[in-house]
Write a protein that binds this ligand. Structure first.
Ligand SMILES: CC(C)(COP(=O)(O)OP(=O)(O)OC[C@H]1O[C@@H](n2cnc3c(N)ncnc32)[C@H](O)[C@@H]1O)[C@@H](O)C(=O)NCCC(=O)NCCS
Ligand SMILES: Nc1ncnc2c1ncn2[C@@H]1O[C@H](COP(=O)(O)OP(=O)(O)OP(=O)(O)O)[C@@H](O)[C@H]1O
Length: 299
């Protein structure tokens, strides 16, 4: 049964489902285009992957638009609770099927759909700012996924058992600390310091990479792989970040190393996309989203 949602934000209305879906797809596209990203698919190539490239990521992002729209619509209609969580689970699984159809079976955006789907629902549920959106998403993530079909042992599940990493689910339940306390502040600090938008985004990605227990990396490379990713990202930042000659050289070296070991920091890519999404949301009563108009990276 549908329950009515709590009264919305004071003053303005939550952005429409179309607007939120547009921002989520745009965030995925921006993350995909961003280059050079260590180990990830970008506009230069396939990174550490052999089953995906930029056109496939862009097609996947577009295929997820209806799922984001539905997540927003249902969160606008229903009160936050177990019922809404169950609906989001259904929408998320349908979104994953649409993604797999669009990519002929490649997992291009599973983790991203999870993070962005919950955040879209957090915003549509009446959040007035990004902090409230992350807290709303966390509350939803904490409800049991009642309709989750049993017996689907994902890579993340196996890694969780083996290494105790809490992965994508833990990040959401904790209200996205690597988005709220790492990626967004880094992005804004870098912009305030006058760095180019692409450099600011790369530095935000690298800082997340240097801290995250990424189950994508653990699955492919174990604890040693995770160490390579985290220390490598830390070194790029210590050399001055993506915008300096030394930092850029360290970044390309890290990219080589990750591609040679088939290590892809997909969880960090997802969380950068989540930060870009929150940065794009037209919060009620506020001016231009993220203070910028139009694509920052020329696509
Ligand atoms: C919880 C999810 C992510 C499944 O998690 P699980 O770890 O079992 O899956 P999987 O191994 O496929 O990994 C998920 C992806 O998360 C990303 N990731 C990895 N580590 C992290 C991390 N520390 N933080 C954030 N993201 C991470 C990576 O991209 C990874 O590929 C999710 O897909 C799910 O339960 N979906 C069901 C549909 C649903 O409820 N959707 C709701 C929102 S629409
Ligand atoms: N630019 C990007 N390039 C590649 N992956 C990305 C990118 N941005 C985010 N991701 C995330 O990385 C994940 C891809 O993970 P991975 O390739 O490890 O999946 P898998 O198919 O489950 O594993 P494997 O390929 O090892 O069998 C996706 O869930 C996606 O959300």
């Amino acid at each position: 049964m549908l329950t009515t949602k709590r009264e919305p934000v004071t003053g303005g209305r939550a952005p429409s489902a179309d607007t939120l879906a547009g921002a989520a797809v745009r965030a995925l596209r921006d993350e995909a285009w961003l280059s050079p990203k260590p180990g990830l698919v970008d506009r230069r190539g396939t990174g550490a992957h052999d089953d995906m490239d930029l056109p496939l990521l862009l097609a996947s992002a577009e295929a997820l638009r209806p799922a984001f729209r539905s997540a927003a619509a249902v969160a606008d209609r229903m009160a936050a609770g177990g019922g809404l969580r169950a609906e989001l689970g259904r929408i998320g699984r349908a979104g994953e099927r649409a993604m797999l159809r669009a990519t002929r079976g490649a997992n291009t955006h599973r983790g991203a759909l999870w993070a962005l789907g919950l955040l879209v629902a957090g915003v549509a549920g009446g959040a007035r700012d990004e902090r409230e959106a992350a807290l709303g998403a966390a509350r939803l993530a904490a409800f049991p996924d009642r309709r989750n079909p049993a017996g689907t042992a994902s890579h993340g599940e196996r890694v969780r058992r083996r290494h105790g990493a809490r992965g994508a689910r833990g990040e959401a339940e904790d209200a996205f600390p690597h988005v709220m306390e790492v990626a967004l502040p880094r992005l804004r600090r870098a912009r305030a310091a006058g760095l180019a938008e692409e450099t600011a985004r790369l530095d935000a990605l690298l800082e997340v990479m240097s801290l995250l227990d990424d189950t994508c990396v653990l699955h492919r490379g174990g604890l040693e792989g995770l160490r390579v990713v985290r220390l490598g990202a830390e070194r790029v930042l210590a050399e001055g970040g993506a915008g300096t000659a030394r930092g850029h050289a360290a970044l390309l070296e890290l990219d080589e190393r990750l591609r040679a070991r088939r290590l892809s920091p997909g969880g960090s890519g997802d969380l950068l996309a989540a930060a870009l999404f929150l940065d794009l949301v037209p919060w009620p009563g506020r001016p231009a989203p993220g203070g910028r108009e139009g694509p920052a990276c020329g696509h």
